[in-house]
Design a protein around this ligand. Structure first.
Ligand code: ZN
Ligand code: ZN
Length: 476
C-alpha cells in the first residue's frame, strides 16, 4: 500500500481520506461531467434549493442553463469538486513525486490559471505536511511558471505587453510560499543557439508555410519546443499543461480531419513522455466552462486571468473549436463523450511517467507509480517520430522515409521523414522552398530526427531490461 492511514507524511498525495473524498476515477464517467443534460434534479434537496453536496448553501445559479454543476453545487463544493478531479488525475497517474520540479505552462487564460492554482495548492499542502513532520526527510516538489511570449508573431502594443507580464508576475508572487519563479520566454528563443537574429529566422520559417492551419500548427509545435527547452535549461522534470476536456475534444476532431488518426492516441492521455521533459495534463477531466466559472467565482480576487495572446481565428482549428462549442451548448456531455470515445484507442508506450529510479523517492511512491502505470502490453510502441510535429509515425509514413534513403540531399531526407499530415499542411510544395524551410527550421528538431535511430536502440534495450527484471521484482 502507498501509505498508512495514520497521517501520511510521505508527500505522496494520497491517503485513505483522499480515497474517500475523491470523485469517481477519471476513466469512468463522473456524474457531474457526463450525465448529460444539466438535469434540474428531481431531488428533494434540490427542490429546497440547496447545494447537493453540503446541503447547507445555495447553488451558484438557480437556473439550469449552466454546465450543470452550477445548478447543483454551492461555490465551495463546486471548487472542491473541480480540485478533486484535478487531484485524482495527478495521483492516479503518478504525475508528481516529492523530488520533482514542476514547470506550469501559463498563458494567462483561465485553464492554465486554474492549473497553476491547483498545483500551487497541492504544493502548499505538501509543504505543510513537511513542516509538521518530525524527521523532514522528504522534500517538497518545486514549482515554476513559464510564459511563452509570442509577440514576435502576434504583435501587441509594448505597453500592453509590459502590463500583461507585470500582471503575471503579480499573480505568481501573490501565491503563498514556497516562492515560484516566473520565466518569460520569447518564442523565437528556440533559435537562440543557432541564430543571431532569432526573430528574423522565426518569421522566415513561418512565412515559408502558406497554409493558415499549417502555420498555426507549426506555431503550436514551436511553443512546445520553447517550453521543453525552458524546462530542461532550468532544471524542471515535469511540464504541466492546462489542456482541459474541451480543448482535447477539439484536438480529437481536428486531428481526425487532418488525417492524424494514427498518432492521435498519443496526444490525449494524462501523460505524454515522448518529450525529454514529460508533459502531464491534470485538467483532462475538467471542462472549459467549469474552469471559466471557477475564475469568475473567485472573481477579481485570486484567480485573476490575463489574456495576452490574441491569435487570429482562421483555418481548421478554430472551425472545429466553434463546432465543438456548439455541440456542447446543445448537450453538455458531448465533449466528454468525444474524449472518452477517443480515449478507447490504444495509447503509446510513452504515455506513462518513466519509472522512478531515484532512491531518494520513497519506495511506497515508486511502487504506487508502478501499479498505476500503463503496462507494456496495453500500449503501442513506436520507433520514429515526425521531425516537425513529433508525432509517432505509422508504417506507411516510414515507407516514404525509406524510399528517400537514396537521396543525399538533407532537405529531401528531412521532408521524407515528416508525417503525411505535416507534408501536406506545413511543408512547402516546391523543392526549393522545402530547402529554404529546412534551413530555417530549429536545429534542435533536426538533430532530434537524426537521433531517432539511436534512441530506438536505447528503447529496445530498456524494454528488454524490463523483461529481465520482472522475475526478481520484490513486488509480485
Ligand atoms: Zn455545497
Ligand atoms: Zn508531423
Amino acid at each position: 500500500m502507498a501509505c498508512s492511514a495514520s497521517g501520511c507524511q510521505s508527500n505522496c498525495y494520497r491517503n485513505e481520506e483522499d480515497d474517500r473524498e475523491a470523485p469517481t476515477p477519471p476513466t469512468q464517467t463522473t456524474p457531474s461531467s457526463s450525465s448529460g443534460e444539466p438535469t434540474p434534479i428531481a431531488n428533494g434537496n434540490h427542490s429546497h434549493g440547496l447545494c447537493l453536496k453540503c446541503k447547507a448553501n445555495r447553488p451558484i445559479s438557480s437556473s439550469s442553463s449552466g454546465s450543470g454543476d452550477d445548478a447543483r453545487f454551492c461555490g465551495d463544493c463546486f471548487r472542491s469538486n473541480l480540485f478533486g478531479k484535478f487531484r485524482l488525475a495527478v495521483t492516479s497517474n503518478a504525475m508528481i513525486s516529492p523530488t520533482d520540479r514542476v514547470l506550469v505552462a501559463f498563458s494567462g487564460g483561465p485553464s492554465s490559471r486554474v492549473a497553476l492554482q491547483f498545483v500551487h495548492e497541492m504544493q502548499h499542502k505538501a509543504q505543510q505536511n513537511f513542516d509538521a513532520s518530525r524527521d523532514r526527510s522528504l522534500p517538497v516538489f518545486g514549482v515554476g511558471v513559464a510564459f511563452i511570449d509570442e509577440s514576435a508573431v502576434f504583435p501587441v502594443p509594448s505597453c500592453e505587453a509590459a502590463e500583461g507580464i507585470e500582471g503575471m508576475r503579480l499573480i505568481v508572487s501573490n501565491l503563498a510560499l514556497p516562492t515560484k519563479e516566473l520565466l518569460v520566454v520569447p518564442i523565437e528563443s528556440v533559435f537562440s543557439s543557432e541564430s543571431s537574429n532569432e526573430k528574423n529566422q522565426l518569421s522566415k520559417l513561418l512565412d515559408a508555410v502558406t497554409d493558415a492551419t499549417g502555420k498555426e500548427d507549426l506555431l503550436v509545435h514551436l511553443r512546445m519546443l520553447s517550453l521543453q527547452k525552458t524546462a530542461a535549461e532550468n532544471g524542471y522534470n515535469r511540464l504541466v499543461l492546462g489542456s482541459c476536456t474541451s480543448r482535447i475534444a477539439s484536438h480529437v476532431l481536428s486531428a481526425t480531419v487532418k488525417g492524424k488518426g494514427y498518432s492521435l492516441p498519443a496526444d490525449i492521455q494524462y501523460v505524454d513522455a515522448r518529450w525529454n521533459v514529460p508533459v502531464v495534463l491534470p485538467l483532462r477531466d475538467c471542462h472549459a466552462e467549469e474552469l471559466n466559472m471557477l475564475c469568475h467565482l473567485d472573481g477579481f480576487g485570486s484567480l485573476k486571468t490575463i489574456e495576452l495572446i490574441k491569435s487570429p481565428c482562421s483555418g481548421i482549428n478554430s472551425l472545429v473549436s466553434s463546432f465543438v462549442k456548439l455541440l456542447q451548448e446543445e448537450n453538455p456531455s458531448r465533449q466528454s463523450t468525444i474524449v472518452r470515445t477517443a480515449g478507447k484507442l490504444t495509447p503509446f508506450h510513452f504515455n506513462r511517467i518513466p519509472e522512478i529510479i531515484d532512491s531518494n523517492v520513497p519506495l511506497a511512491t515508486r511502487r504506487r507509480q508502478k501499479r498505476y502505470n500503463l503496462k507494456a502490453n496495453e500500449s503501442i510502441s513506436s520507433e520514429s517520430f515526425c521531425p516537425v510535429c513529433n508525432s509517432p509515425l505509422s508504417r506507411s509514413d516510414l515507407v516514404g522515409t525509406r524510399n528517400a534513403g537514396s537521396s543525399c540531399k538533407l532537405s529531401d531526407l528531412f521532408s521524407a521523414a515528416c508525417c503525411s499530415s505535416c507534408q501536406f499542411q506545413i511543408l512547402p510544395k516546391d523543392p526549393t522552398s522545402v530547402e529554404n524551410f529546412y534551413t530555417h527550421f530549429p536545429q534542435l528538431l533536426v538533430s532530434r530526427a537524426k537521433q531517432n535511430k539511436s534512441e530506438n536502440l536505447n528503447l529496445l534495450r530498456a524494454q528488454i531490461q524490463d523483461c529481465l527484471l520482472s522475475d526478481s521484482e520484490d513486488e509480485t
